[in-house]
Design a protein around this ligand. Structure first.
Ligand code: KPL
Length: 288
């Protein structure tokens, strides 16, 4: 996701802050890759390391790496720099906002599609939209400026006052697709006809509906949740989900921030969540 934005933002305006343990090599750019935009020719993108405090920090790490990544860079970031979190799922955004409540922390939810078909090559695979909203009090006054700055990329960016609700909308989709594709080791569309999916999807949607209502007061019937999941699974039928891809590459998955998050919220709110817990356990038991 970071390489997608760096590919569209004006050259010379983007820098890269490595995570702890990734020592910059002097004299070398932080990143060099070929970028294939949706339209127009391929381009080589070169991104230098972050040297001075940026005007905006975009955090595009995996959910589980986010707190450490921010922690290891914060000494270089002045206190009123807006920090925009681009993570999948839920839980890590709230953890960041709770850890640094005085900082302007915002979250983004995006439907832009990007992938890396080969090392050193990033492709903008599908046009989407991005919503950005404040998580901490001080972020509210930065919202318009952040939306304008991100909008200079040419990608569609909206201000969203209720970003929590927008993050839940995306969480629903990931909760209904990602774990099934990783367990069944299949592209998104293939889950729909599988007996394992069919056995658990209604119970899963009932749980999601109840937890969402108790958590943020949003009423979405279970049947609507199932329809939304299946619409996206059909639209992205040949895609490999991020969780299937993580599993295939032997990387940690984001299950704790998707079905694991819903299960934790369910336990905290007194909602039974056996389907979310079962998917979480199954993913954790899978060997890469
Ligand atoms: O966001 C996705 C993911 O893979 O994480 C979906 C919507 C399931 C598309 O693959």
């Amino acid at each position: 996701m970071g390489q997608l934005w760096a590919g569209y933002l004006a050259a010379g305006t983007v820098t890269f802050a490595p995570r702890q343990g990734h020592t910059p090599e002097t004299g070398k750019p932080a990143l060099t890759y070929t970028f294939q935009p949706l339209e127009g020719p391929e381009a080589v993108v070169t991104v230098p390391y972050l040297l001075a405090s940026p005007s905006l920090l975009m955090v595009t790490t995996k959910a589980g790496d986010t707190l450490d990544a921010i922690e290891s860079n914060l000494h270089d970031i002045v206190p009123d720099t807006p920090i925009v979190l681009f993570q999948n799922g839920m839980g890590c955004q709230q953890a960041v906002a709770e850890r640094w409540p005085q900082r302007p922390i915002l979250a983004a939810s995006t439907t832009e599609g990007a992938n890396r078909p080969a090392p050193g090559c990033t492709v903008h695979a599908g046009k989407g939209e991005t919503w950005v909203g404040p998580l901490t009090k001080s972020a509210t006054t930065h919202l318009t400026r952040v939306v304008t700055a991100l909008g200079t990329s040419g990608l569609t960016v909206h201000a969203e006052k209720d970003i929590q609700s927008r993050l839940w909308d995306k969480l629903i989709i990931n909760a209904g697709i990602n774990a099934f594709t990783a367990i069944l080791d299949c592209p998104n569309g293939d889950i729909l006809a599988d007996p394992f999916y069919q056995e658990h999807i209604d119970e899963l949607c009932d749980e999601i509906s109840t937890v969402m209502k108790r958590d943020i007061g949003k009423d979405l019937p279970s049947i609507t949740i199932r329809e939304r999941i299946e619409t996206v699974a059909r639209k992205t039928a040949r895609n490999t989900s991020s969780m299937r891809s993580d599993r295939r590459r032997g990387r940690p998955t984001e299950i704790d921030f998707i079905n694991g998050y819903i299960a934790r919220r369910g336990h905290a709110l007194g909602v039974d969540v056996p389907a979310n817990q079962m998917l979480t356990n199954r993913i954790k038991q899978l060997l890469p």
